[in-house]
Design a protein around this ligand. Structure first.
Ligand code: SF4
Ligand code: FES
Length: 238
C-alpha cells in the first residue's frame, strides 16, 4: 500500500499517491503541462524537456513526465523561466526537424510564440525517405528522436528490437542494425511504431502513396506486387 503525498502545484494543494509523477499530479487537478516525447503507454525517458516545471529548491528545471512528487513539494508550471525554456526548445526543434505534420508541436509553437527564424544558421536534418518494405515508409527528416518507436518495438510492447538509436549528437538517428532494410531485420511489421510516431516520420505506405496522388487501385496494385516480389525467394541453383 502506498502513502499519499500532498504538494502544491500553481498554488493549489494536490494529494496523490506516492510514486505519481508531477505530470500526472497536475493532470489530476486539471493543470495541463505540455508534452512531446511522453506517451501514456510508453516508458518515459525525459528526452524532449518540453514538460519542464519549476520546483522550489531545485537549481534546474525539472521534467514533469519523469519526476515524482514528494511531500510538501512546491511546483510552478508556467513561470517566465519555464515559458522561455519551452519556447527555446520549440525553436531549436523547428530549426532542425520538419515539424509540418505534428499538430501538437504546431499548436505549441503558436501558444508559446516561438520564433521560426530564431536560428537562421541551423542546418535542418536531411534524410532521404526510406521505402524498403510494402507496409510503411520512414522519413527521418521528420523525426524528433522521441524514442517512442524504439520502445514499443522493444520492452514496452513487441520485444522485437528491430530499431534503435544510431550515431551521436547531430548525427543521431533511428536505424536498424547495420542500416539494413527492414525486411532483413527482426521487424514483424506489427505497425506499433507507426501508431506511436507523433510526427509523420513513420507512415503507412498506402497513406504515403495517397498523398503522392496515386489512386486506391494503383496503390493496391503496387503494394501487392511489391509484397509478392519481396516474398519470392531466390531459386536454388541446380
Ligand atoms: S520515428 Fe517517430 S516515433 Fe520514432 S523517434 Fe522519430 S519521431 Fe519518435
Ligand atoms: S514530455 Fe517530458 S521530457 Fe518530453
Amino acid at each position: 500500500m502506498t502513502d499519499d503525498i500532498t504538494l502544491t502545484i500553481d498554488e493549489r494543494p494536490v494529494t496523490v499517491p506516492e510514486g505519481t509523477t508531477i505530470l500526472q499530479a497536475a493532470k489530476s487537478v486539471g493543470i495541463n503541462i505540455p508534452t512531446i516525447c511522453y506517451h501514456e503507454f510508453c516508458t518515459s525517458n525525459g528526452l524532449c524537456r518540453i514538460c519542464v516545471v519549476e520546483v522550489e529548491g531545485s537549481r534546474t528545471l525539472v521534467p514533469a513526465c519523469v519526476a515524482k512528487v514528494s511531500q510538501d513539494m512546491v511546483v510552478r508550471t508556467r513561470t517566465p523561466r519555464v515559458v522561455n525554456a519551452r519556447r527555446t526548445i520549440l525553436e531549436m526543434l523547428n530549426a532542425s526537424v520538419d515539424l509540418s505534420e505534428d499538430e501538437n508541436i504546431q499548436d505549441l509553437m503558436h501558444e508559446y510564440a516561438a520564433d521560426e527564424a530564431r536560428f537562421p544558421l541551423a542546418e535542418p536534418r536531411q534524410h532521404a525517405i526510406l521505402d524498403d518494405n510494402p507496409m510503411y515508409i520512414r522519413d527521418y527528416a521528420k523525426c524528433i528522436l522521441c524514442w517512442r518507436c524504439v520502445q514499443v518495438c522493444a520492452d514496452d510492447a513487441q520485444y522485437t528490437y528491430a530499431i534503435n538509436f544510431s550515431g551521436r549528437g547531430y548525427h543521431t538517428s533511428i536505424s536498424t542494425y547495420y542500416d539494413l532494410p527492414l525486411t532483413e531485420t527482426t521487424c514483424v511489421f506489427c505497425g506499433q511504431c507507426v501508431g506511436v510516431c507523433p510526427t509523420g516520420a513513420l507512415k503507412p505506405k498506402r497513406e504515403w502513396l495517397m498523398e503522392l496522388g496515386y489512386t486506391p487501385d494503383q496503390i493496391m496494385q503496387m503494394t501487392r506486387t511489391e509484397r509478392k516480389s519481396r516474398m519470392r525467394r531466390p531459386q536454388a541453383s541446380a
